[in-house]
Every structure is written in C-alpha cells, then in structure tokens.
Design a protein around this ligand. Structure first.
Ligand SMILES: [Zn+2]
Length: 455
C-alpha cells in the first residue's frame, strides 16, 4: 500500500477525537446529537471546510461539509462520506468499563459508539485532514456528512436530509461510503473483508386481532388478547420460506471461494429453497454466523411491541402487535404479509388484520464500479492474502436513503480486527470497543482509497 505515513501526532489526534465523541452521550432516543455535531463542525472548520448544520429540531442537527474540486473537477457527481453520531442505549452495569468513559486499555478504546459509528467520524475526518493538508487536487467534490438519528429509523437524520435538502448532498451523488463493511472476518485461518453492497428491506407491520368486548368478570372464549397471544406464538415459531437472491448467493460464494472443491460445490445449495434450510445447520456450526446467513436468505418477522388500550377490567374488542419485518431482496411488504397471513389463517377462530406501517425495499448496488475496484485493490494490499467479499447485511443504514438519490452506496469502514474480538457481537453489544492498531490501519486504508480514487 502506498505509504500515507500518518505521524504519531496525527494518530493520537484521531484517537483523541474518537474519545471525545464517545464521551458525549448521544443515546438515541433522545439522541441530543448537537454537541457531537458541533465538535465535528469545529474540526471541519479547522481544515477550512465550512459546515452547514440543518435539522428538523434545534437539538438534533445534521452536518454537511462540501470540499469543492474546483478547476480539477472531472466528474460532476460527488462522493459522500457519511457517518451517524447517535448511538444505541447502553446499560452501564453490564459493561466492564463505563460505556461513555472512552477508556483506553492500551489496546482498545472502549465505549458505546466506538464501532457504531463514531470511529468512522474520526477516521473520515483524519483522512480528509490529511488530504487537505496535502493540497490534494481532487477530481470530484467530496461531501462529508454526519447525521443524527440513524439508530431510531433515520427520520431526523439522513431521511430528513434527503427529503428537505437534497441539494446539500449534491442532488445526485454518485457514491456514498458508509457503514457496514471493511472489517476483518476470521474464518478457518483465513481473513475476509466483507464490503457491503446490499442491505435488506424493512416492513414494519401491525397485526390486529379482534374479539368480543365485554366485562372481564365473565368467562369468554372470544378474548382478543388470547387470540393475539396465539397469533404471536405461531408467527414466532414459524420458519418463513427462503428466497434465494443474487446478493446472498454472491456473499456465500465469496466465503467459499478459497475453500476446497467440495465446499465450493456445496455453497450454491445453501441458498436452495428446499435444501438450504436442511443443509445450513449441518454446514455452518457457528450459531451467530448461521443466523445471519439465514437472515439474508428469507424474510424475517419479529413481533416486538404489544398494544391494547383497555383498563384491566374490560375485555378489549381488539389487540395489536407491531412486527419488525425485514425483506430479502426482491420481496415487498405485501409479500411478507401474505406469508404471515398463511400462518395466522391456520389458527381457528382468529380474525387477523394486517396493516403496513412502513416499507422500504432492500437496496442493492453493483460491485462492478471503479470505486469498488479501488476498495478491493487497496484492502488486498493492506492485508495481503485476505479475501474481499461483496456483502449484504440484514439491518438497514443511512444508505437506504442515499440510494433514493441515485447513489451507489458501499459499506466500507476499514478496521483490522484481531481474531479474538468478534466484530458482530460489538455492534449494539455490551463492551463495544475498537482496537487502536486496527483503527489506525483503517485510517491509512481509507486515506489511500480516497487519494487514489479522487486524484
Ligand atoms: Zn450504525
């Protein structure tokens, strides 16, 4: 890899910024991202990038800072570097070090947001600072974006920004670099770098079940709450059908590629709608890996929020549950409702009504672009012998909103992870922490990709 040679002072500065960001509690809800956004704004001004702060409410602004290519501009459509500064809640009692202490144990920086994703804010700013100081003649505009409210659905963050200020995002950006990808996955002595090119869709659904209202001092066999409990149990236990998709097949094939001929031959069967569900438990022993593979091959539906409005002494005429549904590529919320209806229609005496509260389909981007090629080439130079795999993730990110502007979005937040730390468990998990050396490796790698791609 072309040496970018970050000095010790630059490295310390990036870590210090990350620690300061972690110490600002941006737990969402409520978020309160302003202080963190202001800090990032200050750092943008320090490199002569004038930030714009806009948001639906005063305490939850989003930041956009545009580096104009000026005369060197060859490509009209900008590249966006995007991070979110809100974090999911953390229960301090469960943590080894307080989640907002940004404790440095000499190997890792601990804290909520270290990985997801204040680390990328610090990394992106370090890369831009370096390129600005080098007076890099960039060939397209680069837009640095730090948003609020990713973890609770993006309503005040990237969704608001895309809906209200697409011009700040270049109206029609060509590329977005965001989470989730670029980190090391260790498997059977090999190292893989998934780079996200797709994410599952979202279908938030309300299931309402009806019964007969009455005084709860009397016996009844038509109680909506009891019906709902049966429906929830049936949905919870069901195995929804598999929907093989190109994104999942490519992901599975990417991990099988360096294996022997048998594994390569078996891997397409994993996504087979009939054989896959039987083969997967036999082929993949790690439960969390098995779970995430299964999630990209089918729709999922998890009942999460039970609702009745009644007091304790009235049998309600209806009871509801909200279901967090996630869609495989090519699937719609209607498709998922049809699958759920087949489950609840089998239950005697239950009248189920489904309402789609929110829907956004899966997003998918081609890995055959000059940016992806540059990411792959640089990763392979930075970690010789590793493998790069275009990946699909089961969650959603801000990328789903940027996709509506026509951008190709990649999850590329380079982090070299040691084998003993399981990256997936850190995401929203207890004892979230980022390895210091792996972070510096990421700063170098990201800077190299940007320098090569933009100049
Ligand atoms: Zn995140």
């Amino acid at each position: 890899m072309a040496a970018t040679g970050f000095s010790a002072a630059e490295k310390e500065d990036a870590i210090a910024l990350l620690q300061t960001l972690i110490r600002i509690d941006t737990t969402n809800p409520p978020g309160n991202e302003r202080e963190a956004i202001e800090l990032v704004a200050h750092r943008c001004r320090a490199i002569n990038l004038e930030p714009t702060l806009v948001g639906a409410t005063d305490d939850r602004p989003n930041l956009v800072a545009r580096w104009s290519a000026g005369e060197a501009c060859k490509f009209d459509r900008p590249l966006i570097l995007s991070c979110h500064l809100d974090v999911v809640p953390a229960n301090p009692e469960a943590w080894t070090h307080s989640p907002f202490s940004a404790h440095n144990d000499g190997t890792c920086i601990w804290g909520r947001g270290a990985i997801d994703m204040k680390g990328f804010a610090a990394m992106g700013l370090a890369a831009l600072t370096r390129l600005r100081r080098e007076n890099a003649a960039i060939n397209r505009d680069v837009i640095f974006v730090a948003v609020a409210d990713e973890e609770a659905g993006t309503k005040h963050g990237s969704k608001w920004l895309v809906d209200h200020h697409p011009e700040l995002l270049g109206n029609n950006p060509e590329y977005v670099i965001n989470e989730v990808g670029g980190f090391t996955v260790h498997q059977k002595g090999r190292r893989f770098y998934p780079v996200q090119v797709a994410e599952k869709g979202v279908a938030w659904i309300r299931l309402t079940v009806r019964g007969t209202s009455g005084h709860s001092s009397l016996p009844t066999d038509d109680n909506a709450v009891v019906h709902l409990a049966k429906a929830v149990e049936a949905i919870g236990k069901t195995q929804l059908p598999w929907h093989p998709n190109d994104e999942a097949k490519r992901f599975i094939a990417g991990f099988a590629a360096p294996e022997g001929a048998v594994a390569r031959a078996l891997s397409p069967l994993l996504s087979h709608p009939k054989i896959g569900p039987i083969l997967l438990p036999l082929a993949v022993s790690n439960p969390s890996r098995r779970n995430s593979l299964e999630a990209i091959l089918r729709n999922t539906a998890n009942p999460t929020a039970l609702k009745t409005a009644n007091p304790i002494n009235v049998i309600p005429s209806r009871a509801s549950v909200d279901i967090d549904g996630r869609l495989a590529p090519g699937q719609s919320a209607e498709d998922l409702v049809a699958e759920l209806r087949r489950v609840t229609d089998r239950l005697p005496g239950i009248r189920a009504h489904y309402e789609i509260l929110e829907e956004s389909p899966a997003t998918s981007f081609s890995p055959e672009t000059p940016l992806f090629e540059e990411i792959e080439r640089t990763l392979l130079e930075a970690d010789p012998g590793a493998h790069v795999v275009p990946s699909i993730v089961q969650g959603f990110t801000d990328s789903r909103n940027y996709a509506s502007l026509g951008a190709t979005c990649y999850g590329f937040y380079p982090l070299q992870m040691p084998e003993e730390i399981d990256f997936a468990s850190l995401f929203h998990g207890v004892d979230e922490r980022i390895p210091i050396d792996g972070f510096h490796w990421g700063v170098e790698t990201l800077t190299t990709v940007l320098r090569r791609f933009l100049t």
